[in-house]
Design a protein around this ligand. Structure first.
Ligand code: FES
Ligand code: FES
Length: 169
């Protein structure tokens, strides 16, 4: 109901990366993917298949990975949404998963990388000390047309180690 009241004013307010973001209500009946990309100008979230298969559009909704091409804007009006832009701090500091993907030189075309990285961040939060099979299973539903799977898994393992090192500090 709160959402509908906002929409009548011509703007929809979403909580994205810890901030209130206002988007035009022409996005209100669409998917979160386009509200983020076109409405909020957060283009780190990628459009791949548009039907929930490839994973390139993955964001976090209340901390859990979600395929934003399938998420109606109305369903997340009161949720906390996190996009890949939140993984780089204003002072240029990068999240360990981003850093690991760079250090392992993972991307080829990079189109799938948003989904791989956002899935990995949520996975490592829940599973800080994964083995190789757990990493492979966690990323199994994120497709990479360039076939960078071995480097993706190496980067996730590297990030896990780095994050564990930080928590031991
Ligand atoms: S664009 Fe959403 S899963 Fe492919
Ligand atoms: S790097 Fe090209 S689709 Fe994964």
């Amino acid at each position: 109901m709160q959402y509908l009241e906002r929409a009548k004013l011509g703007l929809v307010k979403l909580n994205v990366n810890g901030r209130d973001v206002e988007i035009g209500d022409d996005y209100a009946d669409g998917s979160l993917l386009w509200a983020l990309r076109d409405g909020a100008g957060l283009c780190g979230t990628k459009f791949g298949c548009g039907v929930g298969i490839c994973g390139s559009c993955t964001v976090h909704v209340d901390g859990r990975p979600a395929r934003s091409c399938l998420v109606p804007v109305a369903a997340v009006a009161d949720a906390e949404i996190t996009t890949i832009e939140a993984l780089a701090g204003e002072n240029g500091e990068l999240h360990e998963v981003l850093r690991a993907f760079i250090e392992e030189q993972v991307p080829q075309c990079a189109w799938c990388m948003n989904g791989q990285i956002m899935t990995a961040v949520a996975f490592l939060r829940a599973t800080p000390d994964p083995d190789e099979d757990e990493i492979a299973a966690a990323l199994d539903a994120n497709y990479c047309r360039c076939g960078c799977y071995a480097r993706i898994r190496r980067a996730v393992a590297r990030a896990a180690k780095a994050l564990r090192g930080r928590s031991d500090d």
